[in-house]
Design a protein around this ligand. Structure first.
Ligand SMILES: Nc1ncnc2c1ncn2[C@@H]1O[C@H](COP(=O)(O)OP(=O)(O)OP(=O)(O)O)[C@@H](O)[C@H]1O
Ligand SMILES: [Mg+2]
Length: 375
């Protein structure tokens, strides 16, 4: 009896998506199933993010399931593809919502000033309580890592008073062009960038306060021709002041990533950030611990800022822990020389850690979107 396509689909229907609580066929993740006249099988698995950390294990599970259903002589060809799911938080006025016990709306949902970005599937704010903990470093390497996995990624530097993205990408003198009244983002390492640092000199931005600062930030978002994006990452200024509050309310956020060091003082400020996001009902994707340890030449770890403070904080507050990034000279150097370490030093343990964090963030976003039925 020659094998047919429905038998292949039945076999793949036994493969569970490890995070989404259902099988690949029910989730619509199996496409282009074909059996050629010689009985060779091919199909495509469409993941919810190209940065999926489970990509390889899902592929292997599919092969094993099909293998058991077809004759030994048949070859099995699996193509791994992805279509990033979109957050419902910015679709339509009523919006949807992810968890947090909210009533289907973020704090500022329905507010006339809420920004709409219809071609952007997910907006992620990277925040911290304390300054200098590595938000910009995490944002840059998250953006570059997601882009390298194949996603369409944008990055906005929302720090009006101390923009760092231009330097971190080696683009101090770049100036975006205007096309039909919109700014064209500057593209570097596969990421579309926008920063106040591209538009005005630092003295000009320094005198902006209140509404002027808010409108400058809005322009960085809405007056830019982003085209289609899977992920737009927002590097927030440090703290939990008015600017941050206004921003997270005005943005249709998928969720926020909180960066901290393991240090007690940083963690105290992280609590304030968590309280703020909960108050305005913005989902917290999780906590990244940066500067977790320094690896000594003999391979032992020096926990300079204390041990696992970020992870413990996440656990005790019911938040996801997204991973740890160690201290490394190449991280600072990457920031200063305009080449993110993930690009200049892809094989370093720090780069592996940053890629893992990026995969975990992408995975959590897919789960948030699946939980509220977003596509
Ligand atoms: N894991 C790390 N190892 C070594 N240096 C790091 C690491 N993370 C960040 N740094 C360095 O620490 C400094 C602060 O990092 P960064 O600018 O990313 O923090 P930030 O939270 O964005 O700061 P701000 O609050 O001023 O916006 C930078 O010089 C950066 O290169
Ligand atoms: Mg910063």
């Amino acid at each position: 009896m020659p094998i047919n396509e429905s038998q292949i689909i039945a076999a793949l229907g036994t493969v569970m998506e490890p995070d989404l609580g259902s099988d690949l066929v029910s989730l619509g993740m199996i496409r282009e199933v074909a059996v050629d006249p010689a009985g060779n099988v091919s199909f495509t698995v469409v993941l919810t993010t190209p940065a999926c950390p489970m990509k390889e294990s899902i592929k292997q599970s599919c092969i094993a399931a099909v293998r058991a259903a077809v004759p030994e002589s048949a070859s099995i060809e699996v193509k791994m593809d992805s279509k990033v799911t979109s957050s419902c938080s910015h679709h339509g006025a009523q919006g949807g919502h992810h968890g947090n016990g909210g009533h289907g709306a973020h704090g500022a949902q329905g507010s006339p000033q809420r920004i709409r970005l219809d071609n952007v599937k997910n907006i992620i704010a990277v925040a911290s309580g304390k300054g200098g903990v590595g938000k910009s470093t995490v944002s840059v390497n998250l953006a570059v890592s997601l882009a390298a996995s194949g996603a369409k990624v944008g990055l906005i530097d929302a720090d009006l008073y101390g923009p760092s993205i231009p330097t971190m990408f080696g683009l101090q003198n770049a100036r975006p062009e205007l096309s039909e009244g919109k700014l064209i983002p500057i593209e570097q390492f596969g990421v579309k960038l926008m920063s106040i640092g591209f538009l005005v000199d630092s003295e000009t931005a320094l005198i902006w306060r209140g509404p002027m600062a808010s409108s400058a930030i809005r322009q960085l978002i809405t007056d830019v021709d982003w085209q289609e994006l899977d992920y737009l990452i927002f590097d927030l200024p440090p703290g939990t002041g008015d600017i941050q509050l206004t921003l997270v309310q005005a943005l249709p956020l998928t969720g926020t990533v909180i960066v901290t060091t393991p240090q007690e003082v940083a963690l105290a400020d992280v609590s304030k950030a968590v309280t703020m996001f909960r108050k305005v009902e913005v989902p917290i994707i999780g906590v990244v611990e940066n500067m977790s340890w320094y690896e000594l030449p003999d391979g032992t770890r020096d926990y300079i800022f204390g041990r696992q403070g970020g992870e413990k904080f996440a656990k005790s507050n019911g938040l996801n822990f997204l991973g740890s990034i160690p201290i490394s000279g190449s991280v600072r150097e990457g920031g200063d020389t305009g080449k993110p370490f993930i690009i200049s030093n892809p094989d370093a343990p720090t780069s592996a850690a940053a890629r893992q964090v990026a995969g975990e963030i992408a995975r959590q976003i897919s789960m948030l979107n699946a939980a509220c039925g977003c596509e």
